[in-house]
Design a binder for this molecule. Structure first.
Ligand code: AMP
Ligand code: GLY
Length: 421
């Protein structure tokens, strides 16, 4: 089989690494990929959002399976275009991708199907949102309705912070049209976990649980990022929680989307807030998480390719997934300054040495090749991932591999995973 993977982050390198282990696969293309995917795939200079160019490439090269990494091409209908033209593609179609593309859709959907989520109101009028915030008080959460590259959520500790979020999102349109609507919701407390499932629209096949670390500094301080590290499994999600999540959140979602004429196929990622026995849905993503995918792929023993094909062909009921019992930890190395401004183009050393450590694999994210050298080319640069006999040794293995990697202005958190020790 020939497989095309769309995207160029750590998630896509981890998927390519996993797909490359499948005996079914002869050739992998990544669009655009990074300096890590070149070792196992052919990188294409096509952007992940250039749907027409991707379609043309897949058609001309008889691609057998296309895997879509990021959300934007999904919400813009890449799956519809490929499917209508007889190409197999793994991911949610446009009508289903609205679960990530519109927070107000998802909140209204949750209300209709009794899915536990924070109390909320939706606004298209800025002053009405501000009046509501003044009435409710803080802490309170303000969310741009549409896609904002993971940045559209403000957890406001006081009313003035929430009000200025309304001005920034609705008036100054810092996230463009994503800010034409606002969701204002109740602040929830507890521990977060990520819960991903494969689905063909009827059968639900859960992945192992995971948890990421969103804030840039140790101790969950500083601004939110795309994710500074992750581990799998997470003890925060017990077997009892998992049963509740499947029964009260995932199943009604898959059934409800079908009833709405928006059948969901692909991978559904539920961001959960867990407080004691209570589980609430924070958000849905219609794709794999980044960096959660890195520890998940490190632990997944089954071949992922037949599972993805079964999601497309409605035969997921015939599949199970085998997981490595060993936990996995991924530590993300970033360019200093991220998630704000940072410089690119610094040479990276030590990657081979890190890969040679036991049970360790370095997934590239923002990297590129310059004169044969791997250099930094993004905010999140590498995801150093390791297995261990227990969570402590997985953490130790990951940091032992991190320590041999060097580049100018490198930053990483030194406490990934330690909250569960
Ligand atoms: P989202 O993109 O909706 O997951 O929001 C990003 C992050 O904001 C989440 O991972 C949480 O850390 C935080 N967040 C979102 N909604 C809430 C809420 N209702 N209460 C507390 N924190 C929240
Ligand atoms: N790690 C969070 C996300 O992928 O959205």
């Amino acid at each position: 089989m020939k497989v095309l993977i769309i995207g160029g982050g750590g998630r896509e390198h981890a998927l390519a690494w996993k797909v490359n282990q499948s005996p079914l696969v002869e050739k992998i293309y990544c669009a655009p990929g990074n300096a890590g995917t070149v070792d196992i795939a052919e990188n294409l200079s096509i952007s992940a959002t250039d749907i027409n160019a991707l379609f043309e490439f897949a058609t001309e090269n008889s691609i057998d399976l296309t895997i879509v990494g990021p959300e934007q091409p999904l919400t813009e209908g890449i799956v519809d275009l490929f499917t209508e033209n007889g190409l197999k593609v793994f991911g949610a179609n446009k009508k289903a991708a609205i679960l990530e593309g519109s927070k107000s859709f998802t909140k209204d959907f949750c209300k209709k199907y009794n899915i536990p989520t924070a109390a909320y109101e939706t606004f298209t009028d800025k002053q009405a949102a501000i009046d509501y915030i003044n009435e409710q008080g803080a802490p309170i959460v303000v969310k741009a309705d549409g896609l904002a590259a993971g940045k559209g959520v403000v957890v406001a500790n006081n009313v003035s912070e929430a009000v200025s979020a309304c001005h920034n999102i609705m008036e100054h349109r810092i996230y463009g049209d994503a800010g034409s609507k606002l969701v204002v919701e109740k602040f929830l407390t507890g521990q977060e976990a990520s819960y991903l499932v494969f689905t063909d629209g009827k059968t639900i096949l859960p992945l192992a649980s995971s948890q990421d670390h969103k804030q840039v500094f140790n101790g969950d301080k500083g601004p939110n990022t795309g994710g500074m590290g992750a581990y799998s499994p997470t003890p925060v999600l017990t077997a009892a929680h998992e049963e509740m999540v499947l029964r009260d959140i995932i199943k009604p979602t898959i059934d409800g989307m079908k009833a709405e004429g928006r059948p969901f196929k692909g991978v559904l990622y539920a961001g959960l807030m867990i407080d004691g026995d209570d589980v609430q849905l924070l958000e849905y993503n219609v794709r794999f998480g980044d960096p959660e995918t890195q520890p998940l792929m490190a632990r997944m023993k089954s071949d992922i390719v037949p599972i993805m094909l079964a999601c497309i062909d409605d035969t997921l009921g015939e599949h199970t997934i085998e997981w490595d019992d060993k936990p996995a930890v991924c530590v993300v190395l970033t360019s200093g300054g991220y998630p704000g401004n940072y410089k690119r183009g610094f040479e990276i050393s030590g990657i081979d040495e890190a890969n040679a450590k036991p049970d360790s694999v370095v997934f590239h994210a923002g990297t590129t090749l310059e004169n044969g050298h791997v250099v930094t080319n993004g905010g999140r640069v590498l995801g150093v991932t390791a297995l261990g006999d227990d969570i402590k040794s997985a953490i130790d293995n990951a940091y032992s591999a991190v320590k041999v990697i060097q580049f100018a202005h490198v930053h990483y958190r030194s406490d990934i995973g330690s909250r569960i020790l």
